[in-house]
Design a protein around this ligand. Structure first.
Ligand code: ZN
Ligand code: FE
Length: 255
């Protein structure tokens, strides 16, 4: 039985902490800052950090790796095609790794960055800055087509998959989602719920793929209502889901 919790970092990052209570070993995903992880380890004597999983090279995801590597014997896993500090295992699409005795599949999900990867284990998805709750990452390196393909691949995982992304962006993403789909009752309900959660300081993650498919406009570019709204905003007929996705992402960049 592995327990998953969030160590908040910076203003809106979560460092996911995976704990194996049988062995008292733990792993972290995307430690952009070493301090929250080291504080947790100091407060939990007996626990050993054995693995560090990295989704992409941005500083808010890798900034703490070197310090954690120096302080522990943790093994660092990261994308092969990006520069990751202290990386021990270079991962590419469809690789499999064993972490805390669990098998994780590695998916290449280019878009936010070109080498971005996601980790999947039986209903648990760690997707960094690719799929967010009610949104998706900015296209810093990849094309809209690449990101659309990456998101479609993640969306094909089982509906009850828990989505552990890196940032608490859900509320601002939903304000955009409701602008795209003002008539979507699921989006309206989620916006109301998340507004209350954030007002109370409650984390809105993990999400589920089922909820994302109902409310995340970036997973809904096949919907006629989304296409029509995006066409109206961009003043053109966007041909095909990939073009709708590109125009939707461009709209969000300026929202
Ligand atoms: Zn990033
Ligand atoms: Fe990030």
């Amino acid at each position: 039985m592995i327990q998953i919790s969030a160590l908040p970092a910076f203003t809106d990052n979560y460092i996911w902490l995976l704990q194996d209570h049988r062995t008292q070993r733990c792993a972290v995903v995307d430690p952009g800052d070493a301090a929250p992880v080291q504080a947790w380890l100091a407060a939990h004597p007996g626990w050993v950090l054995s693995d560090i999983l990295i989704t992409h090279h941005h500083h808010d995801h890798v900034g703490g790796v070197e310090q954690l590597k120096n302080a522990t014997d943790a093994k660092v896993y990261g994308p092969a095609s990006e520069t990751i500090p202290a990386r021990d295992v270079a991962l590419k699409d469809n690789d499999r790794i064993s972490v805390l005795g669990w098998d994780f599949e590695v998916y290449a999900v280019p878009g936010h960055t070109l080498g971005h990867i996601a980790f999947y284990h039986h209903g648990l998805l760690f997707c960094g800055d690719t799929l967010f709750a009610a949104g998706c990452g900015r296209l810093f390196e990849g094309t809209p087509e690449q990101m659309h393909t990456s998101l479609s691949r993640l969306a094909s995982l089982p509906e009850d998959t828990l989505v552990y992304c890196t940032h608490e962006y859900t509320l601002s993403n939903l304000k955009f989602a409701i602008a795209v789909e003002p008539g979507n009752p699921d989006t309206a309900a989620r916006l109301e719920k998340v507004t209350a959660q954030r007002a109370a300081g409650i984390m809105t993650l993990p999400s589920t793929l089922a909820l994302e498919k109902l409310t995340n406009p970036f997973l809904r570019v096949d919907e006629t209502s989304v296409k029509e709204k995006v066409d109206e905003r961009s003043g053109t007929q966007n041909r095909g889901p990939s073009a709708v996705f590109a125009a939707l992402r461009a709209w969000k960049d300026k929202f």
